[in-house]
Design a protein around this ligand. Sequence first.
Ligand SMILES: NC(=O)c1ccc[n+]([C@@H]2O[C@H](COP(=O)([O-])OP(=O)(O)OC[C@H]3O[C@@H](n4cnc5c(N)ncnc54)[C@H](O)[C@@H]3O)[C@@H](O)[C@H]2O)c1
Length: 261
Amino acid sequence: MGKLDGRVVIITGAARGQGEQEARLFAAEGARVLLGDVLDEQGAAVAEDIGEDRARYVRMDVRREEDWTAAVAAAKEAFGRIDGLVNNAGILRFNELTATPLEEFQQVVQVNQVGAFLGIKAVAPEIEAAGGGTIVNTSSYTGLTGMAYVGTYAATKAAILGLTRVAALELAAKNIRVNAMCPGAVDTPMANPGLLDPDKMTDEAREAMAELYRRVVPMGRVGRPEEIARLALFLTGDDSSYITGQPFVIDGGWMAGVSVL
Ligand SMILES: NC(=O)c1ccc[n+]([C@@H]2O[C@H](COP(=O)([O-])OP(=O)(O)OC[C@H]3O[C@@H](n4cnc5c(N)ncnc54)[C@H](O)[C@@H]3O)[C@@H](O)[C@H]2O)c1
């Protein structure tokens, strides 16, 4: 028996990285999953690999309300109901705050923050109609602590925690639990662009990154997307049945304290 038998979950940004691993794990645990992304070729390939009985891919830009409407319709047509959402899609831009162009700030807000808001707005009524379920938002440890040069990103990730708490309060009576994940560094193309084009990453750069994580992360390594997927599974399944409105840090101990090394 799977932990998500009978569940139908929409996962955004599921063409690669954490969203892909969430889709694969949820399907393996009995869920049927609708994968949304703007990377059509990769998203369709992941859905096909999971299998047509368990997964569908739709192109959806989380910034667009009409794409949410279409994704909800596609999930219902394919699987009959929706009782879960993982708001995973996100983008990261590095910049000094005072040098950040307004367009860049707004772009990150649109994807990370507006995307999560539109997801809750579009999917919560469907989850309610299905009798209840879960929403998992993807924040970041930068939603809880500062980090230089990611001000725009950190602002959106803190906003997601605010959204999570309010949604949890408003939706609890509808039997919908809403929680957030706050990952540290995770080995996906977002944190490790070398994964997209290994030729562009020298051995020295790779070793420098590994050394950085050895120094700053108490557990001595970057996280794996499958590890984040397992937290998403916990928050989507019944094992977390009495938990709502909370941020969950998953960072190898990075935020536990300051490093003296
Ligand atoms: N990798 C990390 O170190 C890290 C740490 C903390 C939080 N996160 C968060 O985890 C989530 C997943 O990131 P990841 O690490 O898998 O990175 P990733 O870049 O590999 O994956 C992000 C996915 O989101 C998709 N996406 C981007 N804009 C979109 C849009 N407008 N509409 C739909 N899909 C869109 C991308 O195409 C991609 O498939 C993000 O919200 C990210 O901010 C990542």
